[in-house]
Design a protein around this ligand. Sequence first.
Ligand SMILES: Nc1nc2c(ncn2[C@@H]2O[C@H](COP(=O)(O)OP(=O)(O)OP(=O)(O)O)[C@@H](O)[C@H]2O)c(=O)[nH]1
Ligand SMILES: [K+]
Ligand SMILES: [Mg+2]
Length: 524
Amino acid sequence: MWRGLWTLAAQAARGPRRLCTRRSSGAPAPGSGATIFALSSGQGRCGIAVIRTSGPASGHALRILTAPRDLPLARHASLRLLSDPRSGEPLDRALVLWFPGPQSFTGEDCVEFHVHGGPAVVSGVLQALGSVPGLRPAEAGEFTRRAFANGKLNLTEVEGLADLIHAETEAQRRQALRQLDGELGHLCRGWAETLTKALAHVEAYIDFGEDDNLEEGVLEQGGSTWWWGRKTPHISPQRLPSLSLSACLLSPTADIKVRALEVALGAHLRDARRGQRLRSGAHVVVTGPPNAGKSSLVNLLSRKPVSIVSPEPGTTRDVLETPVDLAGFPVLLSDTAGLREGVGPVEQEGVRRARERLEQADLILAMLDASDLASPSSCNFLATVVASVGAQSPSDSSQRLLLVLNKSDLLSPEGPGPGPDLPPHLLLSCLTGEGLDGLLEALRKELAAVCGDPSTDPPLLTRARHQHHLQGCLDALGHYKQSKDLALAAEALRVARGHLTRLTGGGGTEEILDIIFRDFCVGK
Ligand SMILES: Nc1nc2c(ncn2[C@@H]2O[C@H](COP(=O)(O)OP(=O)(O)OP(=O)(O)O)[C@@H](O)[C@H]2O)c(=O)[nH]1
Ligand SMILES: [K+]
Ligand SMILES: [Mg+2]
């Protein structure tokens, strides 16, 4: 009976045994495709513009534009006169760089022309390149796509590069650079290796199960013995129904590693929201009773007159949102209507919208007028909004709140007068700016908790795609643990490993590549 199980399992387990190798991304294979060229620096008048080429005709194009000179020394900047090959007309005196493949960004032969940034120079050089046989203008992201196809970057690194180009704040730049440096890819490869080893154990066991000539000790791994090794049966196969298969299959070392992997994946997934907030911006909502100074604070933090400020309570009605860089973190800052009841229908609609926006907040900036703490609207706000957020159990999805007492300039030197017991708070005056540095520092700490701190935290999952594959891997490990059949256990491990491989771009589908490369501009 056992022999039958092994044979069946062995047949079913025959499949890809090695990590899938990276499939072509659809970009031309190195050396075989067209040579592409594009302006790689920004459009418009500038001091220096960089035009580059990639592909087998790069060297030829460089020689033609700089004739009669030969190719310059590889990877050294050389000054050359560029001329139009059709008319011989001089175009510019430029620095040129020659990067013979595979030691280039794309892995192909590449050339960079650092020309003077006037539009006529740039278009003259682009037209001259276009006249060289075998050259054509590059499509958006095509340089990076070739780098990916040639194994110069994996998919998470490509995403890091796209994020770096779009990074608007310091924290985004740090995160993107870390991903470009391959941290996330490295982590995934380590995890995939753990699964490869575990799979090798299971497959070896399937194979050895068929082998009657098994020598004693053959199945020993790292000092531990296969639990089902025929000559050392610590656990007899007859006990199978009472044990989970995974516990029997792996050497204790491999089993511990798979379990540690499960824990690590869980922790990263719990963190996933933070990485996505860092990439697309955290929602910070300013709320409080009418006239607390909410709009004044929004204008102060965004350094522009986003909202109308006036002494009239109920000035702000709609939700007004503005993207800002707060202490290096990307934030979508929302100004909202002052919370109060018993007002006209228009303001009531504003209050409804304010409450709705509040529910979506990652961080709430709760604001009160420090000189008006004993008023019913202040007390009501403290008892409802502030108390309910404070009562949330701390988890990644729970909201964070900073209580700010504004108009500190109106207080006597002794501080806030008699009023309700206050939770921890900050004093601020939007009028004088006093307390603003303290608020920014508190915001930095809160946002580092909300978005993750790329200077110190482990690599973040910044995209839904990362989250999807990690969740898929975790689910497959769950199946693996519960499987009562060797073939299914091996298959579950393969599925788990497949998710990690796809995260870094192995076996990636064309659609995913198209989505990622669409983010790039022409010339990148
Ligand atoms: N003295 C003093 N006045 C302030 C301060 N901040 C805001 N104000 C004044 O308080 C009044 C209300 O300010 P807003 O910013 O409109 O208050 P708001 O909370 O947005 O008000 P609503 O939108 O009506 O809910 C205005 O007259 C501001 O000039 C401050 O720090 N000190
Ligand atoms: K107001
Ligand atoms: Mg307002």
